[in-house]
Design a protein around this ligand. Structure first.
Ligand code: ADE
Length: 227
């Protein structure tokens, strides 16, 4: 079973949106599992302190290596096969290919950063792999972890029901999706494209392919250049 262990200073964020809809139903049905670990449980002193000022000066606070290491060591057995991810805007960008890989594995252990960052030494010493969900900065890794988990969990067999394969969706084919239409036949003077009402399945498939290509070229030409 796909198991997610989240190391965070805000365990109450979870399951959050992951407790609803497809992922929530999958969680309730035991198709995947989620546990949170409060990093502050391993904090130091009366205030359970987890961070300190950056060596060399500068703004913000940095999560201490010893505190995060203690939390990870208490929460993960040394032979836990799951990849250890650290959500961070410095990370390698998350892709659908990576999501597919992760979803087929035993799960993930995810560290959610806060403040200016995490002491580099614990990233190295515990083999954390930094992962970004995009070129913008969130106030912490929790929402990023939820994005990654949502993308993985929907691919777990049984979670999506009928849509199971997800095969013609955006990115799975290397193209963005073609446009969709449903009733009514005309909306505010805009008809559904005639070809979709023709019943000619070959023609419909060709039209959709051409639309997907045109939309990808207009919006994300970078996707067409990928190997
Ligand atoms: N934490 C803050 N910003 C982030 C981002 N863009 N991706 C992943 N984790 C983050």
């Amino acid at each position: 079973m796909f198991r997610a262990s989240i190391f965070t200073l805000y365990p109450d964020f979870f399951p959050g949106p992951l407790g609803q809809s497809l992922s929530g139903d999958g969680l309730a049905r035991g198709l995947w599992a989620l546990e949170t670990r409060q990093i502050r449980d391993h904090g130091l002193g009366r205030h359970k302190s987890v961070d300190d000022t950056p060596a060399g000066g500068g703004p913000g606070m940095v999560i201490r290596a010893d505190v995060l290491a203690a939390s990870l060591d208490a929460g993960l057995l040394p032979d836990d096969p799951r990849p250890r991810l650290l959500m961070s805007p410095r990370g390698r960008p998350l892709t659908q290919a990576r999501v597919r890989d992760l979803a087929q594995g035993p799960g993930v252990a995810i560290v959610c950063g806060r403040f200016e960052g995490v002491d580099e030494r614990v990233i190295e010493a515990r083999g954390l792999e930094e992962v970004s969900i995009g070129d913008y900065v969130l106030s912490g890794g929790e929402l990023a972890a939820m994005v990654l988990l949502d993308a993985c969990v929907r691919l777990i067999p049984g979670v999506m029901g009928k849509l199971e394969s997800g095969a013609d969706e955006s990115f799975e084919s290397g193209l963005l999706e073609y446009p969709h239409y449903t009733r009514p036949r005309e909306f505010e003077g805009r008809p559904i494209p005639e070809v979709l009402l023709s019943g000619d399945h070959a023609k419909i498939a060709a039209w959709r392919r051409a639309q997907a290509q045109a939309i990808t070229l207009a919006r994300r030409p970078d996707l067409l250049k990928r190997p």
